[in-house]
Design a binder for this molecule. Structure first.
Ligand SMILES: Nc1ncnc2c1ncn2[C@@H]1O[C@H](COP(=O)(O)OP(=O)(O)O)[C@@H](O)[C@H]1O
Ligand SMILES: [Mg+2]
Length: 423
């Protein structure tokens, strides 16, 4: 009896599978992608004829498959990039029977209960494919069978040299940002996805890689405490925690920058590099939206973004509320790189990346888009606070944390000095 019912189910399963194979949903990724293109209207009309994106070739890449397409004239790769989540969802849609393979039947253990075995066979297999879209004249869609690792423990081998600092791991390897080539970065992302952690990792990397030449101005706004642990480092010149301190710090930094630029020009050079000056200054603002209302602050931010490079001044500007107000148009074009964690809306994503995408990132802490010339999805390494403390310990100012001031300028060779109350 059981055998009879079992074999009826099996036969029905086979019939259903055969039917769907012909008429039902696409069964392989190339077909699915083609259907998605058609269903989302990714085609152009030319002389009455419909031209679609055409598959040119397919090849195996590490962890997946790459499909190379030719775009019809008149269609932009951006249209496909923006439909990335539609493609990804489509590739992960589950179809009953779809994954059923009749040859699996030979594995049935008929002497055991066959129902759970058949159920498991016809039940959709979990699929978690991820894709990457690139355009270099040809549209390349890489479909990966496994998602990018959702956690990356920090490892000291991620440190680099010079002003090249860690960003995160993607499928092709570890990605770095080089401040010598692209002087400023915007960091954005909804609260809780790893912005401050990333900034702390950056600060630790800069101190570890360039202890003698890095000069830091750290501004924690919105009640943040990300930079508290660095406030007593030899490399930290200014540290502030509210909009008033932020303004004082920015004004002082701007004066210092002007003095440096004058010095360089008077000596007949164009920039720090030509002048052989190795010192570099980093102004790092966490939760910058809190000072976006302050015109003076924002003018200085724009000025550093515009003129900082020549004087060796770098800006790392971080916000959880990216809008055209918090990242104004005078700042945006002068900041060449972005590290963007998950955002809530397409509009926010556009305010940071000039395109959608950050709203479609999975809800994974440390998952971000690094944008330079193109978008690279990375998992940023997680450096724990204990690791940070160990790494920066050798650079603690003598005298211990009790001498710590909210904003301090304690190096003896400084020209400008700001003193505020004890922390
Ligand atoms: N790269 C990462 N990998 C894994 N977990 C992370 C990572 N970065 C941050 N986290 C976790 O997420 C929490 C929030 O991170 P945080 O940097 O404070 O976010 P944000 O500043 O964006 O609000 C942290 O306490 C930490 O537990
Ligand atoms: Mg934060």
């Amino acid at each position: 009896m059981i055998l009879e019912v079992g074999s009826t189910i099996v036969m029905a399963g086979i019939a259903g599978w055969a039917y769907l194979k012909q008429n039902g949903p696409a069964t392989n990724d190339a077909e699915k992608i083609q259907r998605i293109f058609a269903n989302t209207g990714m085609m152009v009309k030319e002389q009455g004829k419909t031209k679609t994106i055409r598959l040119q070739k397919k090849r195996t890449v590490e962890g997946g498959t790459e499909y190379v397409y030719q775009l019809p004239l008149g269609m932009s790769s951006k249209q496909v990039q923006e439909a990335k989540h539609v493609l990804e969802d489509g590739l992960n849609v589950r179809h009953e029977y779809l994954e059923f393979n009749p040859s699996d039947l030979k594995n049935i253990r008929w002497n055991e209960n066959v129902f759970p075995q058949i159920k498991q066979m016809i039940e959709p297999k979990k699929s978690k494919k991820e894709i990457d879209i690139d355009f270099d004249g040809m549209l390349k869609i890489r479909v990966y069978n496994e998602p990018l690792s959702d956690y990356l423990q920090w490892n000291d081998s991620y440190f680099s040299t010079g002003w090249r600092v860690p960003v995160g791991e993607n499928r092709k390897g570890f990605i770095y940002h080089d401040f010598a080539k692209t002087p400023h970065i915007i960091v954005a992302g909804t609260t809780g996805f790893g912005k401050s952690q990333y900034l702390k990792m950056l600060v630790t990397s800069l101190i570890t890689q360039q202890p003698n030449y890095v000069h830091l101005s750290l501004i924690d706004l919105k009640g943040g405490t990300a930079f508290q642990r660095f406030s007593n480092m030899q490399q930290v010149e200014y540290y502030g925690r509210n909009p008033v301190e932020a303004r004082q710090i920015l004004q002082t930094v701007q004066q210092n920058m002007n003095t440096m630029l004058e010095k360089i020009v008077e000596s007949g050079f164009e920039d720090t590099r030509e002048a052989g000056i190795k010192d570099r200054h980093f102004i790092i603002v966490d939760e910058a939206a809190d000072m976006a209302q302050d015109g003076i602050c924002m003018d200085i931010v724009a000025d550093i973004a515009r003129r900082g490079r020549g004087a060796g001044y770098h800006l790392i500007y971080c916000t959880q509320y990216p809008t055209n107000e918090t990242i104004p148009s005078q700042v945006r074009p002068n900041i060449g790189a972005r590290v963007c964690f998950k955002l809530k809306t397409n509009i926010q994503s556009r305010a940071v990346l000039d395109e959608g995408g950050a709203e479609d990132l999975p809800e994974i802490r440390g998952r971000a888009i690094y944008q330079l010339n193109k978008n690279i999805i990375v998992q940023t390494p997680y450096m724990t606070n204990d690791e940070i403390s160990d790494l920066i310990a050798p650079f603690m100012r003598k005298g211990g944390p009790h001498e710590q001031t909210i904003v301090s300028k304690t190096k003896s060779n400084r020209q400008h000095s700001l003193e505020f109350e004890e922390a």
